[in-house]
Design a protein around this ligand. Structure first.
Ligand code: UFG
Length: 331
């Protein structure tokens, strides 16, 4: 029994690989290293550099590792703002990539996939917190590309019996508590790493995109979840499929919302730094509020997130930023 982790050199993928090898799993990683970092991947995993849409390459990976019986798929582009400007990049890499992958999985007879979906598939929710059964009407191409991937998996399950779990994450933040792996995007666009770069002095100021949203303080409200807790959810979902359960979708969030201003305040408290901030215009594609109802994952998968406090999450990220101001280039 081995697990193939696609995108295992990325932010959430590398934390999941770390957790898997810690639990003694046999792990094979594929990553193109377009956005991932080789240094983020545990030495205990077997690593291949390549694109998941490259079918001859993927056939070779499966052929060389016949113990693979499950795939965890993180290999996608995931920037909302970029997707608004370059939709075709997202439909090509994410959605077409999934078609290529499922064709090969079907050929080689690997019938289980755990997939990184997103809160962005819900668009502007009608009720809060968001339940898995709520309408999925994305307002950006990133969310649309992932919703299409969910639908493709659904029909491939019915036709070919490839069972899937779609994990719809909300906002991911934090790093391995020992500070050895963390978030490193280039360019960085996410709120918390930017806030901490300002705290660390590697960036001048934070811009908050929009203070006229329909929220208590006018800034967007998001639900933050730690990559270690996400990693555990992926492992639970893989085991759920290995036990022979049906395809399913789960939200992963803390079920608590924090506005961008509240994140800034918490980061000021954790770091003790002033973090200069200016208000800026709205960024395209941002819904007012996204908060998960995650009781389904807790009940069916037995998921118990450990990082339930935003200060705790920020503390882990701050340790990573302080020890790696240039990300993996400092390792
Ligand atoms: N923001 C700022 N200033 C910045 C960066 C971000 O104000 O410099 C704001 C954004 O406008 C938004 C909030 O901080 O209101 C969070 O933005 P991020 O870019 O950190 O995260 P997103 O909410 O855009 O997206 C993330 C993931 C997506 C996922 C989504 C689900 O990147 O993959 O969460 O909520 F779909």
């Amino acid at each position: 029994m081995a697990v193939l982790v696609l995108g295992g050199a990325g932010y959430i993928g590398s934390h999941t690989v770390d957790r898997l090898v810690e639990k003694g799993a046999d792990v094979v990683v594929v990553d193109s290293l377009v956005t991932g970092h080789r240094a983020a991947v545990s030495d205990k995993a077997k690593f291949y550099q390549g694109d998941i849409a490259d079918q001859p390459f993927m056939r070779q990976v499966f052929a060389e590792n016949p113990a693979i019986d499950a795939v965890i798929h993180f290999a996608a582009f995931s920037l909302v703002a970029e997707s608004m400007k370059k939709p075709l990049k997202y439909f090509d890499n994410n959605t077409a990539g999934m078609i290529n992958l499922l064709e090969v999985m079907n050929e080689v007879g690997v019938k289980r996939i755990v997939f990184s979906s997103t809160a962005a598939t819900y668009g502007i929710p009608e009720t809060m917190p968001i339940k898995e059964t709520d309408p999925q009407k994305p307002i950006n191409p990133y969310g649309e590309s992932k919703l299409a991937m969910e639908k493709i998996m659904h029909w491939t399950d019915l036709a070919n019996g490839i069972k899937f779990v779609a994990l719809r994450y909300f906002n991911v933040a934090g790093a391995k508590p020992d500070g050895t792996i963390g978030e490193d995007h280039n360019p960085e666009t996410h709120l918390l790493p930017i806030v901490l770069q300002v705290a660390a002095g590697t960036r001048d100021k934070l811009q908050i995109f929009g203070d006229d949203y329909n929220t208590p303080d006018g800034t967007n409200v998001r639900d933050y979840v730690h990559p270690f807790d996400l990693a555990d959810a992926h492992i639970l979902a893989m085991n759920y499929l290995r036990e022979g359960n049906e395809s399913n979708a789960f939200n992963l969030g803390s079920s608590t919302g924090f506005s961008n201003m509240e994140i800034l305040k918490a980061a000021r408290e954790v770091t003790g730094k002033p973090i200069p901030t200016v208000m800026a215009p709205r960024r395209g594609g941002d819904p007012d509020t996204l908060i998960a109802a995650s009781d389904k994952a807790r009940k069916i998968l037995g998921w118990k997130p450990e990082f339930d406090d935003i200060h705790k999450i920020i503390k882990t990220a701050w340790k990573w930023h302080q020890t790696h101001p240039n990300g993996f280039a400092d390792r």
